[in-house]
Design a protein around this ligand. Structure first.
Ligand code: ADP
Ligand code: MG
Length: 268
């Protein structure tokens, strides 16, 4: 059986577009027929809210997966997007670090949860996902390390703003630490430039710097700064449902096709 490909959307800076990318890339992949699961791994629960999941619906969350080893299927909710499901997140996640502190194997919790789900899929009756996207918190905490340990590859959103590259050394060091033990095959699928503003020369400057640093790891697709992307979550919808023709939605559709191309090239 083909396993799902598991991607963590990471950057320890807040507000760079992790959640927007998780939701809209997930939706774009679902729109072209893939089965997608988003794991909301941030205590702010923005991916859940942005997909229209109310607090009251979040009976089980990703917290229960990693702390109490609740089977993933008990926490999964379907969303308004066909083929896109979510394991919601809520503020309980902020306690994970402390709760798992005494467990030497704490970094494997999410991986174990996903893998045991994948094993049960083989027995039938459960949804077989093609892609899992883990929306990480803005930190290099135990949650992010769990996500990196569980993942095949990382998607790194970088905001086209002053100091975009700041903090990357720390991020890349964490990736190296994870590779040297917890997950030797962890790759970087790609770096996505977000909130690009063509009227601002700084945006171009940052984009050039990032391309100089990461080379071909940077996707050709650049996500523009687009108010429709920031409005959509307050309607509990991905931008692709709120306004599928806005520049932000179009960019995420192109990003999804680039992600799929890279996957195809990898498998070949
Ligand atoms: P993170 O998950 O990294 O903290 P978010 O995806 O939540 O970042 O984005 C931070 C804020 O910026 C949110 O209010 C979001 O709606 C907004 N935003 C994200 N991407 C864009 C964009 N390309 N254009 C305009 N607003 C954006
Ligand atoms: Mg977020």
């Amino acid at each position: 059986m083909t396993r799902p490909r598991i991607f963590a959307v990471v950057n320890q800076k807040g507000g760079v577009g992790k959640t927007t990318t998780s939701i809209n890339l997930g939706t774009a992949l679902a729109a072209v027929g893939r089965r997608v699961l988003i794991v909301d791994f941030d205590a702010q629960g923005n991916a859940s809210t942005g997909l229209g999941i109310s607090r009251a619906e979040r009976l089980m969350t990703s917290y229960d997966l990693v702390v109490d080893r609740v089977p993933l299927e008990e926490a999964v909710l379907s969303t308004i997007v066909p083929r896109l499901d979510i394991v919601p997140g809520d503020e309980n996640l902020s306690g994970v670090e402390t709760e798992l502190a005494g467990d030497a194997h704490r970094s494997y919790r999410l991986k174990e949860s996903l893998h045991s789900y994948i094993d049960r899929v083989e027995q039938g009756g459960l949804v077989k996902y093609d892609y899992v996207l883990i929306d990480c918190p803005p930190s290099l905490s135990a949650l992010t390390v769990n996500a990196m340990t569980a993942s095949d590859a990382l998607l790194v959103p970088l905001q086209c703003e002053f100091l975009a590259l700041e903090g990357l050394t720390q991020l890349l060091r964490t990736v190296e630490v994870v590779r040297s033990g917890l997950n030797p095959t962890l790759e970087i699928q790609g770096v996505v430039l977000t909130m690009y503003d063509r009227r601002n020369s700084l945006s171009d400057q940052v984009a050039n710097e990032v391309r100089a640093f990461f080379g071909s790891k940077v996707y050709n697709t650049v996500i523009p700064r687009n108010v429709r992307l920031s409005e959509a979550p307050s309607f509990g919808k991905p931008a692709l449902l709120y306004d599928y023709r806005c520049p932000g939605s179009e960019a995420y559709i192109r990003l999804a096709s680039e992600v799929l191309q890279r996957e195809k090239a990898r498998a070949a």
